[in-house]
Design a protein around this ligand. Structure first.
Ligand SMILES: N[C@@H](CCC(=O)N[C@@H](CS)C(=O)NCC(=O)O)C(=O)O
Length: 205
């Protein structure tokens, strides 16, 4: 059976949502990031990078949300998590997911989770950089009503994690980011997302 190593509310929630949306047969192992469990020898043997998520499969371990979600989508085609009608449209979805993973995620993490926390001008600059990434999604990348257009895909679960962080931090004003806020509201009423929130011990925000 698949085994997802995750940390509540962290980016692994994207993989967790994909597994739940797919109706996959899986179990979870909680990793407490604050307690440093991601750096224990036991966990480093699973993911040497010392971050969550990691997905243990019968064939070995997969890391990186983008990869885990793609694996879940491919192994559960009936869920249509990456069914975008053509190889080119699949590529467009992966362009979006790549932007989240390589650009938006690091920028938002720096603004919110830098240790020690940023202060003064450095903090303001990090916040501005993160908001510029959200702005790109809000104004240009998001097709609507779902990220890639008419159909829900794994990109929706991935985006929702970062919108959740931004809303929790109070920097996604609904008047300035109506699309992102509306999307998160619609994500949070999806049964699969509600099951993930409950499993991670979280509430909608
Ligand atoms: N690009 C990776 C990022 C993974 C990542 O940075 N995970 C964070 C939580 S959102 C983590 O485990 N951080 C723990 C640490 O850096 O010690 C992915 O998408 O899987």
């Amino acid at each position: 059976m698949l085994k997802l190593y995750y940390s509540p509310g962290a980016c692994a929630m994207a993989s967790h949502i994909a597994l739940e949306e797919a109706g996959a047969d899986y179990e979870t192992v909680r990793i407490d990031l604050k307690a440093g469990e991601q750096k224990t020898p036991e966990y480093l043997a699973i993911n040497p990078a010392g971050v969550t998520p990691a997905l243990v499969t019968d064939e070995g371990v997969l890391t990186e949300n983008l990869v885990i979600m793609g694996y879940v989508a491919q192994t559960h085609p009936e869920a249509k998590l990456a069914d975008n009608g053509s190889s080119f449209n699949f590529g467009r979805m992966q362009s979006f997911n790549g932007f989240l993973g390589a650009s938006l995620h690091p920028a938002v993490s720096r603004a919110l989770f830098a240790r020690p926390p940023l202060e003064g001008e450095a903090r303001a600059a990090a916040l501005e950089a993160a908001l510029a990434k959200y702005r790109l999604v809000e104004d240009a990348l998001f097709k609507g009503p779902w990220v890639m257009g008419d159909d829900y895909t794994m990109a929706d679960g991935y985006l929702s994690v970062f919108t959740r962080w931004g809303r929790q931090a109070g920097f996604l004003d609904p008047a300035r980011f109506p699309t992102l806020n509306d999307h998160l509201d619609r994500m949070q009423v999806r049964p699969a997302v509600q099951r993930v929130l409950a499993a991670e011990g979280l509430s909608a925000v």
